[in-house]
Every structure is written in structure tokens, then in C-alpha cells.
Design a protein around this ligand. Structure first.
Ligand SMILES: [Zn+2]
Length: 301
């Protein structure tokens, strides 16, 4: 199946929270696909954020948990790769297309691990920045049981799995996860490969934070690192650098208009992303929505 074609409705479903609509309309039904990215390591894709599955002697570990509706399929995809139980789920941030399966996977025996702000945001009602969608608090059974403030290393399956919290970027609870043996980096939603990203301004996100986060990813990566973005296809560091250039160009153009004293509507109407839209404006946030969110993050406080 053509990955680009199927990715678009899935990405929009994740970004706009239209998951129920996507489920009703999408034919054939969504399957969880496993792409090998290293020895005993797989990128799993379905409808929400990209997952990373690590298997081995100690048991399975999963980065992010997909929409809850897909948990039976996620568990089946894990069982296809290993007879060992799922022991850990690491959340990259609080959004429902990354934590929706937490409860079912915890009930299957996994301990959910995340930055303390992920637990905080999941514990109370949230309003998605720029989209205005209300997200109710999660049930206690879905909340991370193990939280950390800065960084956490799991010595697991003979690997060092390094989880690092970033300064606020996409949200204030973003973590990246590095699998040392395979040289694979899960970026969470600070990286939407190939499209304009959603930035959750209400949860502390901003374009400055996104660019700083990408710089952290690039520091961690070498030429051979495989990067799993929160959304979009598996990436090379070069593709990540192109994404950084796009973010920096949009920041510069929007910043110039803000300095001229333009209102949000005027900034959006000026179409500061127009020279980038052909490459980046398809499949993720619409250019106008992205411009508005960049403006919001720049002018808040
Ligand atoms: Zn997100």
C-alpha cells in the first residue's frame, strides 16, 4: 500500500481528533504494521502516533500506545514478534493518539512510564491549543505509574534505553527515547516528518521550543541514526535537518510580521508559509492553521 496516501487521513485524525470519523470512513480497516529498524526493534504504525517496539529476554517495551480502539491489534502485533509479556510502555507526551491505549496495555501487565507533566495533564481536563477541542481527564488506570523529571535510563534486554525530557516544544511533557544498541531515536511529536507539525500552545508548546528540540535530536543523532518521528515515515538525520530549516523559515517570516504589529488574522492572510506549502503543506496541518499556531506561541503571555 502506498504509505503517503494512507498517512494523510491518519495524520489528520491524530492532529484534529477526528479518530471516530476516520475509523468509520477508512477502508480497509486499520492494521498495525511492523517495520524492522534494528535487531529486535520495530517501528509500528497504525492510526495514531508511530510506536516503537523493543523485544528481548526481559520482555517487550513499547514507546507510545496508539488509540485505545486499536489496543487488541497492538497486543496482537506484539504477540507476533515475541512470547514474552509487554512490561513497559513509555509515553512521549500526553496526546490521545499516543496514550489512548495506556489503560488496555496496563491491564495487560505493562507499567506506563512518562515525564511527570504527562501524568499531570492526563489527570485534568485539557483544551488542545489552537483547535479548541476539550479532552476529558483520563481514568486512573490509564495514568503513568512511573514518572520522572529529567531523564531515565532503562537497562533492558541488554540495551540502554535513554528517555530524555526536553524543554517545552510540542507540549511541556515531551520526551525522546534513544535505543543505544540499534542507534534508533524516537522523536515523539517534536517531529512530524514531511509536513507542518501541530504545536500544542496551551500545553506550553511553541515554534522556538520545537526548533530547540530538533537541535537536541540532531545533537543526539549521528549520520547512521534512524529517527522515528511522531508522525510520518521513518527518517534520516538529513530529512530532520530539512524539517528544521522549514521551521526556522516559518519562524522568521511570522516573526517579521509580528514585529510589524500585525494581528493574528493579518499574519495568516499574509500567507508567510506560501513558498513552503508545496513541499510541507500537504497531509499535516493546513498552512493557515499552522501559521495561526506559530503566531499564538510567539505572542502568548
Ligand atoms: Zn502530539
Amino acid at each position: 500500500m502506498n504509505t503517503t496516501r494512507v498517512q494523510i487521513p491518519r495524520l489528520l485524525a491524530g492532529v484534529l481528533g477526528l479518530c471516530a470519523v476516520a475509523f468509520a470512513q477508512e477502508r480497509p480497516p486499520i492494521e498495525i504494521r511492523a517495520l524492522p529498524v534494528g535487531p529486535d526493534l520495530f517501528m509500528l504504525t497504525g492510526a495514531g502516533g508511530n510506536l516503537c517496539l523493543a523485544i528481548g529476554e526481559d520482555g517487550a517495551l513499547l514507546v507510545d500506545s496508539e488509540y485505545g480502539q486499536l489496543s487488541p491489534k497492538v497486543l496482537a502485533a506484539i504477540a507476533e514478534k515475541t512470547d514474552k509479556p509487554l512490561r513497559f510502555v513509555v509515553n512521549t507526551h500526553w496526546h490521545f493518539d499516543h496514550v489512548g491505549g495506556n489503560q488496555a496495555l496496563a491491564e495487560a501487565g505493562a507499567v506506563v512510564v512518562a515525564h511527570e507533566n504527562v501524568r499531570k495533564r492526563m489527570s485534568a481536563e485539557q483544551v488542545l491549543g489552537g483547535l479548541g477541542r476539550r479532552i476529558p481527564p483520563s481514568p486512573a488506570a490509564a495514568l503513568p505509574k512511573l514518572t520522572f523529571a529529567g531523564a531515565l535510563t532503562l537497562h533492558w534486554n541488554g540495551d540502554e534505553i535513554r528517555i530524555t525530557h526536553l524543554e517545552p516544544a510540542h507540549t511541556d511533557g515531551d520526551s525522546i527515547v534513544y535505543f543505544s544498541k540499534a542507534n534508533v531515536l524516537h522523536a515523539g511529536d517534536v517531529y512530524f516528518n514531511g509536513v507542518y507539525p501541530f504545536i500544542d500552545v496551551n500545553a506550553g508548546g511553541s515554534i522556538d521550543g520545537m526548533i530547540a528540540a530538533v537541535d537536541r535530536l540532531l545533537e543526539r543523532a549521528d549520520a547512521d541514526t534512524k529517527i522515528i518521528p511522531g508522525h510520518g515515515p521513518l527518517s534520516t538525520p538529513d530529512e530532520l535537518r530539512q524539517y528544521r530549516q522549514m521551521l526556522a523559515a516559518v519562524r522568521e517570516h511570522v516573526q517579521a510580521l509580528v514585529k510589524e504589529g500585525k494581528s493574528r488574522d493579518e499574519v495568516v492572510a499574509a500567507r508567510p508559509t506560501r513558498n513552503l506549502d508545496e513541499k510541507w503543506g500537504r497531509g499535516g496541518l493546513e498552512p493557515d492553521a499552522f501559521t495561526g499556531i506559530v503566531y499564538d506561541g510567539m505572542t502568548k503571555r
